[in-house]
Design a protein around this ligand. Structure first.
Ligand code: GRF
Length: 220
């Protein structure tokens, strides 16, 4: 009998192209995991349709219905954690999720929650990474996948890839080129975790080669 696949809970807020890359990778076997549930904090977004088209449960837990943000964060996250737990989620993947995770969510999934960010962290954290890189005049930016902790985009880095900034780039053209990279980087990070090949040592993530992977625990 083969081992049970890692069950992913994907958090989304909008378009969902990163979610699509995960759904496709899980369906065609490139990612050795399965999407157990997709949860959006915003109702009616395209990401929810992408999940349903793949036959994956798609829920909305609307942060806005809990009251004023961030005061309502703990109550909202308690319900989010309950939903993720009900679906047996082993790894939470923030894929274009637009809320800063709070204590309730982080404590429930410490070392088992990752996020993708459109810059080479620690440069340009926050919501406007591509615009900030352009405004700064950076010649190189990129994408980063990291374990979520209490900091703003400052958790231990799992994988990153550089993207050159080109003459005449706009925020849109730069974001589009970074997005292409995101769509392979996030599946790669999930695959490494699913294969047990990431070991968290302080704030460094050691990546094991294939031979060393089998006996290691994820994010320990
Ligand atoms: C991506 O650029 C991601 O890095 C950022 O928000 C965007 C989400 O895009 N956090 P999508 O919803 O996955 O298409």
């Amino acid at each position: 009998m083969s081992a049970a696949k890692l069950r992913l809970g994907v958090l989304v807020s909008g378009r969902g192209t990163n979610l699509q890359a995960i759904l496709d990778g899980c369906s065609d076997g490139r990612i050795p995991a399965e999407v157990a549930v997709v949860v959006s904090n915003r109702p009616g977004v395209p990401a929810l349709d992408r999940a349903r088209r793949h036959g994956v449960p798609a829920l909305t837990v609307s942060h806005a219905s809990y009251g004023k943000w961030p005061l309502c964060r703990a109550a909202y996250e308690r319900d989010l954690v309950r939903a993720l737990t009900e679906y047996g989620v082993g790894l939470v993947v923030c894929a274009g999720y637009d809320r800063l995770a709070g204590e309730t969510l982080i404590e429930a999934f410490r070392g088992r929650m990752i996020n993708i960010h459109p810059s080479l962290l620690p440069s340009f954290p926050g919501l406007h990474a591509q615009a900030d890189a352009l405004a700064y005049g950076a010649k190189v930016t990129g994408a980063t996948v990291f374990f979520v902790d209490e900091s703003l985009d400052g958790g231990p880095i799992i994988v990153q890839e550089a993207v050159p900034v080109e003459e005449g780039d706009t925020v849109e053209s730069l974001a589009a080129r970074i997005l292409v990279v995101e769509h392979r980087l996030l599946p790669r990070a999930i695959t490494l975790i699913a294969q047990g090949r990431t070991v968290l040592e302080g704030r460094r993530v050691r990546i094991l080669d294939r031979s060393g992977g089998a006996s290691q625990c994820v994010g320990q």
